[in-house]
Design a binder for this molecule. Sequence first.
Ligand SMILES: N[C@@H](CCC(=O)N[C@@H](CS)C(=O)NCC(=O)O)C(=O)O
Length: 206
Amino acid sequence: MAPILYSFRRCPYAMRARMALWTAGIRWQHREVVLRDKPAAMLEISPKGTVPVLQAEAVIDESLEIMRWSLRQSDPQGWMERAGEALIAHCDGPFKLALDRYKYDTRYGSDREAERELGASWLRELDASLKNDLFLLGDSPGLCDVAIFPFVRQFANADRGWFDAQDWPDLARWLKGWLDSPSFAAIMAKHAQWQPGDPVTWMGES
Ligand SMILES: N[C@@H](CCC(=O)N[C@@H](CS)C(=O)NCC(=O)O)C(=O)O
């Protein structure tokens, strides 16, 4: 049976999972989730209640694991050869923390500009490394590029004017490359909320 993916369009974790499924050429049954109204079928297999959740031969409810599972099926661009685990750990740890505290400063009672600077200081490091290479770990994309760009997108969108005014041309070029890519356009297709009994929404290549 084709795997089932519980996903939310704007979630950066779900984006990275869909990018990997798509690039691996996997065909999946797409179930669009609304976070305030999570389907019982998803909570039954993954009670922690985060997206993405992939139901394949086993249940995988961590985005990086879904990426690795997809790339074990097929890794046509050799993403696993440039995994960049340390970069991903920084993205998912300190950068995500600063991103949330920048974007939702009223909710966290945080200092918006200080948090933005914490995130930006790492982005300046990425920009410096992108001066030598087209991608974060060389001239071809790796797991880390795909795992990280959805979070940089979110950071950029928090204040697009400010982001665009920064002097990080190689970071901006790298982000734009991902956002303009056919794979990103494909995985950002809009779907109505999934309801039990709906006809299957197929995504990915057959
Ligand atoms: N570590 C998880 C994090 C996933 C996550 O936090 N997803 C968010 C949406 S972007 C979520 O589902 N939050 C639960 C909620 O908002 O109820 C992963 O990598 O898959």
